[in-house]
Design a protein around this ligand. Structure first.
Ligand code: FE
Length: 335
């Protein structure tokens, strides 16, 4: 009897540990079609079962409420502001991995391993093929030039993508310049900020403006859509630079959850996603750029042209976000 009991307990313990050792739970702001090809490849390779919770919002609140009992091992999201919000809420833990450190460039990860970038997207100019000549706009600074009065469309200045761009302006030129730049850009708008990045390209197609600001991958997404392909074909991509830097990029990224119940599996998955092959699959699925050394963007993405990413560390962009938001409000950019 005693023997049987202890055997039962032993079995339960073994079973319990093997269940937790073979699972991985992901909280994701990214869409299923982006993640699932990779998680199934990962499962095939490792035998680890992956569960994904797709969220549209509220990841921080949810993880805070779950506290130490949170099942999340991994958080996946886009934008440096969302990654740093998770870090600021102390919901990720420090990961020390030579594989991650060698695959992910320093400017795209937290120095303490609290988050890692996986892919980049550039914030670029969509320009009317018909109405904007080659060489007419080449820098972010020129977007505030009165020569472009009435020609520009953009989404809200308070949107995360635009706040990151304004943070980069702040980094390169300081406050006084940033305020003037925001005012100049506002003065050049053809209409009040509204809609998403694609809606601006539609406005160019419709003749409402000639230039818009948007992320690179939307070109690919518009081309995939029968209605939007026409909008996409009315514009070309210009990779602007800062006068004293490169093209502004942001990241999609990953972190290990603070209370990850399966930290070994989480580390395996993070290292897997940083590998050349996984990076290319992940980037291609959303027309983004892989960042591991030796990786290549998809053919279509490459056809848009090449650029040199700005050197700024994304931690700097994250730190300047609050001030960028205040300045955007001071100039009443959306008003
Ligand atoms: Fe987006």
């Amino acid at each position: 009897m005693k023997y049987f009991l202890s055997l039962k307990i032993l079995m339960a313990m073994l079973l319990g540990s093997s269940v937790s050792a073979s699972e991985l739970n992901i909280y994701s702001y990214r869409q299923p079609f982006l993640i699932e090809p990779l998680t199934s490849a990962f499962s095939d390779q490792t035998g680890i079962k992956v569960n994904i919770v797709h969220l549209k919002k509220g990841m921080i609140e949810r993880m805070k409420a779950e506290g130490k009992r949170s099942p999340a091992d991994i958080v996946l999201t886009v934008d440096i502001s969302r990654l740093s919000a998770l870090v600021d809420a102390e919901l990720t833990q420090s990961v020390d991995s030579t594989i991650l450190d060698s695959n992910i460039p320093e400017k795209y990860r937290d120095p303490n391993g609290l988050w890692f970038g996986l892919t980049t997207r550039a914030r670029i100019i969509y320009a009317s093929k018909e109405r904007i000549k080659n060489g007419e706009v080449e820098t972010y600074e020129q977007l505030a030039d009165p020569k472009l009065r009435g020609k520009i469309c953009t989404r809200s200045g308070l949107n995360a993508y635009n706040l990151a761009l304004t943070s980069a302006i702040l980094h390169h030129h300081g406050e006084e310049f940033a305020i003037n730049w925001l005012n100049g850009l506002k003065g050049n708008l053809a209409r009040k900020p509204q809609g998403n990045d694609r809606a601006q390209v539609k406005a160019i197609w419709a003749g409402e403006c000639d230039i818009s600001i948007g992320n690179t991958y939307y070109m690919g997404k518009m081309l995939e859509d029968s209605e939007q392909a026409e909008w996409a074909n009315s514009v070309r991509i210009i990779f602007p630079k800062f006068e004293n830097g490169g093209t502004h990029v942001n990241v999609s990224g990953i972190g290990m959850a603070k209370f990850s119940p399966n930290p070994e599996n989480a580390l395996k998955f993070m290292e897997f996603l940083s590998s050349e092959n996984a990076q290319e699959i992940y980037a291609t699925a959303n027309f983004e750029y892989p960042i591991a050394p030796g990786t290549q963007a998809d053919k279509l993405v490459k056809s848009w042209g090449s650029f040199e990413a700005d050197d700024v560390n994304l931690m700097t962009i994250a730190k300047l976000r609050k001030r960028a938001l205040e300045l955007t409000e001071i100039v009443d950019f959306d008003g």
